[in-house]
Design a protein around this ligand. Sequence first.
Ligand SMILES: Nc1ncnc2c1ncn2[C@@H]1O[C@H](COP(=O)(O)OP(=O)(O)OP(=O)(O)O)[C@@H](O)[C@H]1O
Ligand SMILES: [Mg+2]
Length: 535
Amino acid sequence: MVTTGELLATLGSVMASVMFVSAIFKQYFPYQLWGYVEKYSQKLFRILYPYIEITFHEFSGDRLKRSEAFSAIQNYLSTTASLHATRFKADVVKDSQSIVLSMDDRQEVTDEFKGIKVWWVLGKNILKTQSFSFYPATDEKRYYRLTFHKSHRELITGPYVNHVLAGGKAITVKNRQRKLYSNNPSKNWYGWRSTKWSHVFFEHPATFDTLAMETKKKEEIKKDLKKFSEGKEYYEKIGKAWKRGYLLYGPPGTGKSTMIAAMANYMNYDVYDLELTTVKDNTELRSLLIDTSSKSILVIEDIDCSLDLTGQREKKKEKDGDEEEKNPIEKKEKEDGESKKSKVTLSGLLNFIDGLWSACGGERIIVFTTNYVDKLDPALIRRGRMDKHIEMSYCCFEAFKMLAKNYLDIDSHELYAEIEIMLAETNMTPADVAENLMPKCDEDDTETCLKNLIEALKAAKEEAIKKAEEEARLKAEEGTKKAEEEVRSKAKKEEKEKHAKENETSSSSAKENETSSSSAKENGSIANGNENTSN
Ligand SMILES: Nc1ncnc2c1ncn2[C@@H]1O[C@H](COP(=O)(O)OP(=O)(O)OP(=O)(O)O)[C@@H](O)[C@H]1O
Ligand SMILES: [Mg+2]
């Protein structure tokens, strides 16, 4: 059976023959006559072949970059082709978990858009010449050719092509194996095929279902994320870059990193884990940002330790300073090392998150984590930079139930009541609760694990009481010391005052004596004077 593509191809070759004949004609006949022939042959061509063809090549540019349009069309046609084509090629995606079928070479499929029929064919050119290249050479250059009637030019070249590209990209996102990136030190940026980010496949299994926290809070976060992912038009309307910042804070082991993994899985985003201490300066920070793709989460973990942004860090420095004073050479070496490390400033970081460059790429989530939220600069965590602040706290009963469901596959147990009371009295992180719930050997049944948790909670409670008592004792001791110090300084002050008074009294009596003796002297001289005068 002759396909439409073959028919069109035949028509095409007939036209090519006409062109060939006309080229010969051009050589042997006068110019005026040729002008007529050309005019009418083109007219004839348009009448006989009223179709338009658009070709999308697989590779474009000097560096043989695979065309995004080609990949998108391939994915789009993989769904359309599965309805019409008879020969397929299979690609394995998502770490061998699923198969995607695409059209085989020279296969033709039809598609319809608003009642208009178009034809797609996958063709290939075989290159005859071979040249030496650093890049893996390929002999074949594939392309997709789209053919449609010229009367639908506007509709097909505009809305239809956009529809195909958008549909294809959505399938690419769905099928892609997500990646976890980490930044390379800049000294490795230069050189052949070097990159700013290196990656591994992102395979963290955490989801919002496995994350233990209050359901209400969890649902709120999920809704927030969903709203963000659907908010392209809204962000455009309000004139804001399509990005959202989350600050996750709380004690170690409360699930901040787990939450990031759950967010990435929920949104189907890549993760860029930015290690700030290896970023040389603000310019480098900006280059890293520009090199991230959209639909990604940019993470800066333990922001309080990454830069000199907090009181905590300053305290640490003071302490270091005391130690270094003993050894000035070591101090100098350490200072040199520090200066080589990172010159990223707070203002650089602020601009990175909410400056003009931060809008590049779009659809991006930025997450900071910290154990010490109070010590961060307010400018860093203001809304617009960190739009949503999420406290990850100690394990509550609701979170425990989720962990028990995940770890032990139970919804309730007679020991739950005791655990609920103990969790209300004791601070235990979800990480510790999870560890206690986990069976350690085949013999560990549900009850053993729950009892382990109760024991651990009791131990934690006793420790907390002891710690509180110790703190109270230290506080009391400090209070007594302070009171004693106050009494001593008061006594000292009184003693001083007493001495001062005594000194004052003795000096004034000495003055008095002096005055009386001098006045006696004066009296004597006056008397003598009188005597003299009377003489
Ligand atoms: N809320 C939670 N839900 C489920 N598992 C949790 C939760 N919190 C902690 N865990 C478990 O504890 C481990 C440690 O948690 P995670 O690394 O997320 O803590 P963190 O808050 O990032 O700690 P840090 O501040 O030290 O980085 C995880 O591997 C996870 O199994
Ligand atoms: Mg963490």
